[in-house]
Design a protein around this ligand. Sequence first.
Ligand code: ZN
Length: 91
Amino acid sequence: MIIKCPYCGPRDVIEFTYQGDATRKRPDPASIDQDAWNSYVFDRTNPSGPHREFWLHTGGCRQHLLVTRDIASHTISSVMFARDTVSGDRS
Ligand SMILES: [Zn+2]
């Protein structure tokens, strides 16, 4: 799989580290709602089709990226710097 880093250009996936699902919303840090925190930490979906993920370009510029990748075909439709996304808006 090739990921087009916005800074470095196309690179093999071996240079990147998966950082997790970019669609999950963290509960309010002041919240003591155990169900919300348990769900955030342990519950995972198994989506099919386009999915937004965080990747770190470990072997390159070390930038955090927001990658939209089709889970079934591994086709990547967009890559952007995670810092360019609006904080808290990962939908
Ligand atoms: Zn890079």
